[in-house]
Design a protein around this ligand. Structure first.
Ligand code: LLP
Length: 444
């Protein structure tokens, strides 16, 4: 797998300086006046496959994974990629072949996970509302662990397992009540949200679980939120979880694995999250100090493995300057990239072939064709752009395609995975016919 690193600014064909790389994107760079992902021209991909088009770097994913693997070197650890971040089969295969397990949250994700060839024993099933059908499906598949989130779910899982003549391996997701200091919609470790079993009820819940014949207590888990950019919330959560492990084992219930969830942030716009290996150096030091360093450890990272491995390439359709606002209308929209509309999230937007000269004084709101004022991808962006230009929406590897919808009967975008100088279409563009397949017209 090759990439061409550039550390100094380079010149475009027109002689204007362009940035050498895209911040946070290790395998995206400018060369010969245009953007490349690894050794593949983004312009060539857009010509061949159309836009909007998601382009992912496999090397960037493996590099992100390697940071975790370095962090856990010499430890008994399982990295379960949280596939909700991006569940394309080829991406799952990339991580599974590199040794990962998978963290799933639905029966649909289980089907994908198995299709990608994961060892079922390395699948963990998270989520607050598993149905009986999903539980049975996962039990039959022989998954490694159910991360259970309530007493009521323990009881139902027990029933389902007994009805199949099986015992369900369980871990309880505990809510450590720490503030991950992230966006309220993606913060999950505080008392006032729907996730996990409250810290002060956890011991009683473990006693309850240990008494149910269809369950086999295996571990404990927590996940305090997403896009976390500091170490402190992880350390706080770890201390709270380890206090519980002390208490649960003190009550005679052995805990064989401890799962610290996912949540590590990425750089969207100047954030400086810790590197995965640096984070785990600190967390492992704390685990060692508390005597848990040799326990089977698990984590469920999603965004940090794929977020900055992907861009979404879009074409500028129309420039619509106005008195109050200048709109740049592109062919990608909130159905492809829902994060700005949902969380007011910032995604950098860069030209694929930067134009010579300074951007004119105008700032552009980059918006899509969907009939909603909330359909925006970026606000007040300084871009030197004309209709027909290609733009790359950055940090589009996580929670973009996996959250895409068909709103406005827009087909979901195509996806390409790049490795070195090779590019493979891993998902074809969805057509209107594809969307109509499951529908039924009324009789005449
Ligand atoms: N484990 C559990 C139980 C989770 O709920 C999540 C994410 C993860 C692991 C992976 O977290 P990560 O490492 O990706 O932060 N759609 C939102 C993010 C929602 C995250 C939901 N849970 C966004 O676009 O920011």
């Amino acid at each position: 797998m090759t990439s061409v690193p550039h550390s100094a600014p380079i010149s475009t064909a027109h002689g204007a300086p362009t940035p050498a790389s895209v911040p946070g994107h290790p395998h995206c760079h400018y060369r010969d006046g245009e953007l490349w992902v690894e050794a593949v021209s983004v312009t060539a991909l857009a010509r061949a496959h159309g836009t909007p088009l998601f382009v992912y770097s496999q090397a960037a994913m493996l590099q992100a994974l390697a940071a975790y693997q370095r962090g856990f070197a010499g430890r008994n650890a399982t990295i379960c990629y949280a596939m909700k971040a991006n569940s394309a089969l080829a991406i799952l295969q990339t991580f599974v072949r590199a040794g990962c397990g998978l963290d799933i949250v639905s029966g649909g994700e289980l089907v994908r996970a198995l299709r990608a060839g994961v060892d079922p024993a390395k699948v963990i099933f998270s989520g607050v509302g598993k149905t009986r059908t999903e539980m049975a499906q996962a039990l039959r598949a022989g998954i490694g662990c159910f991360n259970v989130e309530s007493l009521a779910e323990l009881d139902v899982l027990n029933e389902v397992a007994l009805s199949l003549g099986l015992r369900a391996p369980v871990s309880l997701r505990v809510n450590p009540d720490v503030d991950a200091r992230t966006h309220p919609y993606i913060s999950t470790g505080l008392k006032d949200n729907k996730f996990g079993v409250a810290h002060d009820q956890a011991l009683a819940a473990y006693r309850h679980a240990a008494g149910l014949p269809g369950l086999q207590v295996r571990g404990i888990d927590c996940h305090i939120g997403s896009q976390i950019t500091e170490v402190a919330p992880y350390l706080d959560a770890m201390d709270r979880v380890l206090d519980l492990v002390d208490a649960i084992e003190g009550a005679g219930i052995p805990i064989s694995h401890i799962d610290f969830g996912g949540g590590l942030g990425i750089q969207y716009h100047g954030e400086t999250p810790p590197a995965a290996d640096a984070l785990w150096q600190q967390l492992l030091a704390r685990l060692d100090a508390r005597g848990y360093g040799q326990r089977h450890l698990m984590i469920e990272p999603g965004r940090s493995l794929v977020g900055n491995a992907g861009i979404c390439v879009t074409e500028a359709l129309y420039l619509k300057p106005g008195e109050e606002k200048n709109f740049l209308i592109v062919d990608a929209a909130m159905n492809d990239l829902p994060r700005p509309a949902m969380y007011e999230a910032y995604h950098a937007i860069v030209p694929v072939q930067p134009r010579a000269g300074q951007a004119p004084g105008k700032l552009w709101d980059v918006v899509g064709p969907v009939c909603e004022s909330g359909d925006w991808l970026g606000r007040d962006r300084s871009l030197n752009v004309q209709a027909g230009d290609l733009l790359a929406v950055c940090s589009a590897g996580a929670y973009c395609m996996s959250m895409a919808s068909n709103y406005n009967t827009r087909g979901r975008a195509a996806e390409v995975l790049v490795s070195g100088d090779e590019a493979v279409v891993i998902r074809q563009r969805e057509t209107a016919e594809d969307q109509l397949l499951k529908e039924q017209t009324l009789p005449d």
